[in-house]
Design a protein around this ligand. Sequence first.
Ligand code: HEM
Ligand code: FES
Length: 348
Amino acid sequence: MGVSYQAILWNKSKKRYDLWMSLFIILVLAVFVLAQMTLHPSITIETLIIRATAFTAITLLHIILIIGPLCRLDSRFLPLLYNRRHLGVTMFLFALVHGLFCIIQFHTLGDTNPIASVFLSNQNYQEISEFPFQILGFLALVILLLMAATSHDFWLKNLTPRIWKGLHMAVYIAYALVVGHVALGTLQYESKPLYWVMLLGGFVVIAGLQIFTGLREVKRLRSTSEKTKDKFVKVCNFDDIEDSRAKIVTIGSENIAVFRYDGQISAVSNLCRHQLGPLGEGKIVDGCITCPWHGYQYFPHNGQSPPPFNEKLKTYEVNIRGNDVWVDPKPKPPGTFIQPAKLEGSAS
Ligand code: HEM
Ligand code: FES
């Protein structure tokens, strides 16, 4: 959680993540190369490299885009999310090798600058079947480069989580460009329907999961917080919240995680200071709210990270009336102590 640049530390879980990722990539590459060599016995090594790196990159891109919604559907997918940035940088490296090989193979033989040649060698924008699809791939690669280059926590801190997140949402633009790149390129001369099925199938899965989980979120937002009394809003029943867990509520523009622990209630902002992860989907570990994404921790009563860290969350006043939990949706400045609300008769 430091502000200055610190080299990436490979802990045990990152090593395990990278090991599984490498094994998966080797499997994808092996299956793809075998299939290509069987279907096209005379394929050259250059074409094989171009296609195998492209296929691996687009496969990883699909996985990256479905991890988020999968984790919202089932927390057992969360381990995939912890080091999603490793997947992102690896995907970029495969796309880079693919792009470089294409430029070397198709754009270095003339007297035009190879990068300029990507943009100038074909300007037939009217014909779908002859569209200069390479330009779409090039633009996608530039976006992926920006994302890979700013993936370290150093940039997250210095750009602020909100700007960093906004920048990394450009992955959807990159994905749209890649879909266009393949649809207007390879798929214009590849006659096997399987390629279309894979590309459109991937799109349907990504869009379907995003829309489904998005609609669930909207429904959740609508169903919270109906009753208001003085400044407090009733959010749920005490028993609705599992011990050491939270209920996420949205009141106006405030996204709040209401935690229950040791017979008491505290409420903090639901947005983790690291990458805006959903704190309310995490749990209390060793007395601290622990973010489900990468494990940042905060005290529930004041929203502060335990020393030596200095992240702070907004906190909210809470109280319990009967068995009902009420929250004042007006946030207190980050790090403000709020007396936890205790259930009457609770020992703690
Ligand atoms: C400088 C950037 C890029 C250039 C010049 C480029 C160029 C090309 C070319 C010429 C092909 C046709 C190759 C063939 O059919 O043998 C191709 C196919 C492809 N490209 Fe790119 N590309 C670039 C970036 C990207 C990026 C960033 C991605 C995805 C992450 C990507 C994914 C693909 C895929 C999936 C195919 C189809 C592979 C196949 O034929 O099996 N490309 N690209
Ligand atoms: S978003 Fe990374 S720890 Fe919370």
